[in-house]
Design a binder for this molecule. Structure first.
Ligand SMILES: [Zn+2]
Length: 223
């Protein structure tokens, strides 16, 4: 069972830091951002036996987790609590179905404003395809969130790194975006089948910039 409140983990870490800082006589200590009372679910796609797509020695499940952790840090810095569906390289079930149902159960019990599922794309037959693209279920409530998020990612990331700002959010039939009543989106953070996207995503500074752009957009849209 995986149900993780990163806020609780973060609070414990801050308490430990404060104790360490006080005993060391250090006046300044890290203080968490003031809470907005809001929360989001961040779902790192795949994990464990389900590696997702892979290319150039990069496995989607591992990079999804790196990105999800970075996004969680960025959300918490903005005072928005995070519930992660996983924070380790594990699947949540022995089959795809049980894995997805476990994610749905976490989403159902989280008191959150929205769900962001983090994935990476791959399109080997057109390796020139690049960029960050948002997906949603057109029968669900994610359409407006997807459009607003895509517009901001086009302006901040795709224009700067791919030279284009016309990527459109894509509707589709996705379990994770329709398993709850929450506005839910999948963010495909780049194409592993594109060498330049792979190179960018291997850089911690780029991952932080991308996740910062997603967090800024969510903060603006939720508050
Ligand atoms: Zn995926």
């Amino acid at each position: 069972m995986v149900f993780l409140s990163r806020k609780a983990v973060a609070a414990a870490a801050v308490a430990a830091l404060l104790v360490a800082a006080c005993s060391a006589g250090i006046a300044a200590a890290f203080m968490p951002a003031e809470s907005t009372g809001l929360a989001v679910v961040i779902d790192a796609g795949h994990g464990g036996w389900d590696g997702g797509v892979s290319a150039g020695g990069v496995k989607e499940s591992e990079l999804n987790l790196e990105l999800a952790e970075t996004l969680a840090d960025e959300m918490e810095r903005r005072g928005i609590a995070v519930v992660m569906t996983r924070d380790d390289d594990v699947a949540l079930g022995e089959t795809k179905r049980s894995d997805m149902e476990a994610r749905a159960a976490i989403i159902a019990s989280a008191r959150a404003e929205c769900v962001v599922s983090v994935h990476l794309n791959s399109f080997p037959s057109q390796p020139s395809r690049r960029g960050v693209q948002v997906f949603y279920d057109d029968t669900g409530r994610g359409g407006a969130l997807a459009a607003a998020l895509q517009a901001r990612l086009n302006a901040r990331i795709n224009a700067a790194y791919c030279g284009r700002s016309d990527l459109q959010p894509q509707p589709g039939d996705f379990f994770i975006t329709k398993c709850s009543a929450l506005p839910s989106v999948i963010v495909e953070c780049g194409f592993l089948s594109n060498a330049e996207d792979r190179r960018l995503l291997s850089r911690k500074s780029y991952r932080k910039e991308l996740c910062g752009a997603i967090a800024d957009a969510l903060e603006e849209l939720l508050i």
